[in-house]
Design a protein around this ligand. Sequence first.
Ligand code: DMJ
Length: 673
Amino acid sequence: MYSGAAAAAGPPRRDFISVTLGPEEAVGVGGYNNSKAWRRRSCWRKWKQLSRLQRSVILFLFAFLAVCGVISYTSMGEAWKSITNKSLDEQRTEQEIPGLKLANPAVLPAPQKADANHGDYPELSLQKPPKPPHVRRGPSNLQIKAPRRDTRPKTRHDTIRAVEELVEADKVEKTEKSIISWRGAVIEPDQSTEPPSTKIKEPEKPSSVEAEDQKEPVPINERQLAVIEAFRHAWKGYKDFAWGHDELKPLSKSYSEWFGLGLTLIDALDTMWILGLKEEFEEARKWVANDLVFDKNVDVNLFESTIRILGGLLSTYHLSGDSLFLEKAKDIGNRLMPAFKTPSKIPYSDVNIGRGTAHPPRWTSDSTVAEVTSIQLEFRELSRLTGDEKFQKAVDEVMKHVHTLSGKNDGLVPMFINTNSGQFTHLGVYTLGARADSYYEYLLKQWIQGGKKENELLEDYMRAIEGVKKHLLQRSEPKKLTFVGELAHGHFSAKMDHLVCFLPGTLALGAHNGLAADHMKLAEALIETCYQMYAQVETGLSPEIVHFNLHAQKGHKDVEIKPADRHNLLRPETVESLFYMYRFTGNKKYQDWGWEILQNFNRYTRVPTGGYTSINNVQNPSNPEPRDKMESFFLGETLKYMFLLFSDDIDLINLDKYVFNTEAHPLPIWVPA
Ligand code: DMJ
């Protein structure tokens, strides 16, 4: 090999390297002499004979090999460590229940832990998620394999770290814009990464169910069997009287239509998969294949159809690996896109999926904050699966915009946002209930979905929880239950929607993912309150809204119910939070509370001819006044969370691998490849 520079300078210099290895070389020079001294001399002579360039190249090669060696040694060490840890886990499990091994080895790549970058911030660390103390087994037909992840932010560094002391967020923000602090955690926006929207390069491969023969038979316990029985009873009513329609009216043995898209059937698909109801699932699949048509001149609510239909189809696709569901998800996803064609890019509430037009409600150009900020998990996942970034771009833009908006109160958001101006409207009212609830839930869940890299989401979430603590938390009398009230123009109201009971589960999920430990404490206090919203009521079922007593009064309980609020719609939020609490603590009281609730649903809402019904009066056990409607979320969420709550299998929708959308449809966490 000739060096061009040497050739130009004068007579050609031989700058090539010729290395001959092996004994032949030594034999050729003067016979075989293998003494150490001879070898040393011979090597040195050879070395001296080499040109400077040749020596440099050899030295460089040695240096390069040394670096490679160090790197591969480190990564082998990591791999060895994880193998060792796994076997320790298995040993521990064996000790807890002799004879049982971890039934389901992880099938997804381990999600990047928030504390994965300790090396970057050696002085601080995230709290380690507590290891659930119970043993896990899941239905044999449910081994879920998450897809390979192509879409991820550029930087691999997680940017939160636990700190010992509370630093006031506002104070820090004033002094140094780059650090936002709160109790227990610090974010450094300069480490921030782009959200994954711009990283979509190729479509995601379909995920698939792991081969059946890799699984051990899984015992289903008595309580899970009771959930299966309840599901079958509900399904019977739907099948007999409402097949292919949106909702069952179990008393009149008929149905109601909302969008005319078989809402209950789609919402229930992944529940059937999780419960192992193969026959029912196959029957429903046939309906999806042959009868589900989105090319219809019908107005649908963007939020409701996203969380129930798009979310339901996506999660069923992930669980079953059946591309039919992805095709349908793409179809509905595309048809919902016109909603984002607004002056502000804040989507309209309603879309005509046949005509491709969208509009706000007739009486206003406002959209609901929870609605426009709780469609992100689904659209982001659709982008990842299809490789088409338009879905994610649209919803990320909404989040970015809301992040910058004024009108928040310590992270708490108003309930409405205008689609023309993009500004919050009806300022001054703050709630964690209807119209705002899932905004908070999706801040955390998007952060988790994206691999804990999108700092603005975490920042908004942490700030909001501080806002909740500061403005909305109170204690009731006589039991001193911690509850989340509402704030209207500076006045505190002791009103709490049942919807707010999603919060303990979300807080626990955040704590599990390394956020402040006091979030878990708050979760424990709030789930007790949510349980009391059932336990203190005559039927043992919670009303839609309660008012807490702030002052002790003789003969009064903590919970007061107004006549207009005493209905129960078979909602999931408390059971949902019980599920998270049990998963993360292993405390069986949460299972027992859920069991009580299931029995009371059976006692007061079950319709003998099939189905369950919402009721109008949770305070009247002798006549709870059935409403004649079974909401789709009873099958999509309530019974699913019940089944998961009663399970001791953390791999039955492993929360380090999946994140539930707000309609209980599990979507994979994007794991670095
Ligand atoms: C569901 O559609 C979702 O959970 C949503 O986030 C809130 N309302 C119902 C259940 O109560």
